[in-house]
Design a protein around this ligand. Sequence first.
Ligand code: PBG
Length: 341
Amino acid sequence: MRSDSKNEWKYEESHTALKPRRLRATFEMRELVAETRVDVAQLVMPIFVREGRNVKEKIDEMPGIFRYSPDGELDKEIQEISDLGINAVLLFGLPTKKDLLGSEAYNPSGVVQQAIRRIKDTKPEIVVISDVCMCGYTEHGHCGILGQGGTVENEKTISYLGKIALSQASAGADIVAPSAMMDDQVLAIRRALDSGGFDRTAIMSYSSKFASGFYGPFRVAAGSAPSFGDRKSYQMDPRNAREAIRETQIDVEQGADMIMVKPALAYLDVLSAVRQRFPLPLAAYNVSGEYSMIKAASINGWIDEARVVDEVLHSIRRAGADIIISYFSKDYSRRRNSSKG
Ligand code: PBG
């Protein structure tokens, strides 16, 4: 260390005065110097909707999460979410009928379209985001339309994704969120929305979505597991971070209004890199496997769930997310509201 200049830092003389613990001494002091906060207003609660009447159905793999029918059961859930101060929900639908074209996904009276209308009728201020994909609607469980040899055909699929997005926007969705990882899906959706008169509907692109084992519980919850093969020819390779920048760049150029990194926890480096390069609102998806692992450990008494969830959500925020999509959104908000007393 140099010590020839007057203004130069001299560790030898000053080190006894440097005591970071001063700022950790009390709860209030720690609150004062906290660098990041998770704001309930930026949490999104995912919701599964299924056909039926008066249904609130447990999902065994995701304790505390349910499937709702788009009626009074959904109304109650939305009321609860809104009472907790959460502003936005992300909808996934389970149709009763699946086919090769995933036609229930763009049926004007499909289950998601019903749910969107219902929420917009009862609580219009809630920001409704709807997932645009085909995996829950196709017989084979892939995210698009199959061509020769069972590969997902990009061009055909994006024209259907445009149709799906348009039908959700017509039902009242504020934001459509394409998750199929097809090339040019944002462009196709933007064009379909604009030509249908929905130039005000925003696109939250799942811009870097990795082929992840952490989606396991979701695929049971949504009934969307592929019946053969995997999603590695369209979702990203978990080993790639630079490619995430490229994927995001393309979506931004095609008109995405918001971008996303998914999953969150094994990809915090990607989240941080995307944050540094793009000024758009950035979402992170704290996915089903991340939820279920914590719930399982908590149910077994192995961890303190509240502490771990706090830590996880703040890590996602610290890495650079503005918006956090999490199945813990309600739990976290409930705790925050009660600690304010
Ligand atoms: C649809 C989709 C998936 C998730 C969100 N949208 C599953 C998948 O790609 O297989 C996963 C969300 C989660 O795990 O919570 N393509």
